[in-house]
Design a protein around this ligand. Structure first.
Ligand code: GAR
Length: 288
């Protein structure tokens, strides 16, 4: 039972205890306050008394659990929990954008993006990890965060709409490429216009194009003796590393840096900026 709750709410053991405590304390304080308020009223008819008492509890309960959640350090959880309850009661569909992260490798960017949105549940949710390589590290990360995965079949990906249907069925609204090494088919781009973004580990338009990924990029930059490199976040169009640029950030290259040193600097930049830029794009698209 507790294990199931931990999985469902995506919290660790300590947070689960604090959440249960908040529910209990908030509920008790709410009941005591409602009784005190009722004692001030002259109502004697049992049925009406009970009716008003229930209405009072329903109104006071969210206030008390939110209040108690602050010292318990669980405010974000309860804010999200109450907004979900409210959406369910009012029949409103969740407006949180659902994201699919496409990746082929270790998945350090995917991990940062997942963690970022786990901490900001109202901003977006990584609902799906789509991977082109069996055994890739990103699959393990998805498993640890209990996120569904799809392992792509090349033939189906490039020659049918099956995955587009799958993404739409899962209500995916936005696609983030994070070290995804296959070209995105034009059918998918058309199905998600301006809703697919990519991160490239160099300052485009330099060092982009077919075959320019991961360490190949860093080796090319080091061989050219450039003194700076950086990251580019851009919309995906039908050409490799070509769509409109959303954001770039730079880093210096020391004379002694090799491709591995540069890769580390680039990863730091990616982890710092990619989740924030994704959130910004989602917000902008939500407004328009
Ligand atoms: C990242 O550096 C990303 O920019 C690059 O692959 C790496 C994936 O790392 N993407 C490309 O080269 C795409 N052309 P990760 O698996 O640790 O996130």
């Amino acid at each position: 039972m507790l294990k199931k709750l931990k999985q469902r709410w995506k919290v660790n053991g300590i947070n689960l205890v604090l959440i249960i405590f908040t529910f209990a304390l908030g509920g008790s304080l709410c009941a005591i306050t409602a009784r005190k308020i009722m004692a001030l009223t002259p109502i004697e008819e049992r049925f009406i008394w009970l009716l008003i008492y229930i209405v009072l509890i329903t109104l006071l309960w969210p206030f008390f659990v939110l209040l108690i959640s602050i010292p318990m350090g669980q405010f974000v959880f309860f804010k999200d929990y109450l907004s979900k309850v409210w959406n369910n009661l009012s029949g409103k569909k969740s407006t949180v954008p659902l994201i699919a992260v496409f990746a082929s490798g270790a998945g350090s960017n995917a991990q940062k993006i997942i963690e970022y949105f786990e901490a900001r549940p109202a901003a977006g949710k990584v609902k799906l990890i789509v991977c082109s390589k069996a055994g890739a590290g990103v699959l393990k990360i998805a498993y640890q965060h209990q996120i569904d995965t799809i392992l792509l079949d090349k033939e189906i990906f490039f020659h049918s709409d099956a995955y587009i249907i799958e993404l739409k069925n899962r209500n995916i609204q936005f696609i983030v490429l994070a070290g995804f090494l296959w070209k995105v088919p034009s059918t998918l781009i058309k199905a998600y216009p301006n809703k697919i973004i990519n991160i490239h580990p160099a300052l485009l338009p330099k060092y982009g194009g077919k075959g320019m990924y991961g360490n190949h990029v860093h080796e090319a930059v080091i061989s050219a003796r450039d003194t700076e490199s950086g990251i580019t976040i851009h919309f995906v169009d039908e050409l490799y590393d070509h769509g409109n640029i959303i954001f770039q950030a730079n880093c210096n290259i020391a004379a002694t840096d090799d491709a591995k040193d540069l890769a580390n600097k680039i990863h730091l930049l990616e982890h710092e900026h990619y989740p924030v830029i994704i959130e910004r794009v989602l917000k902008m698209q939500n407004r328009s």
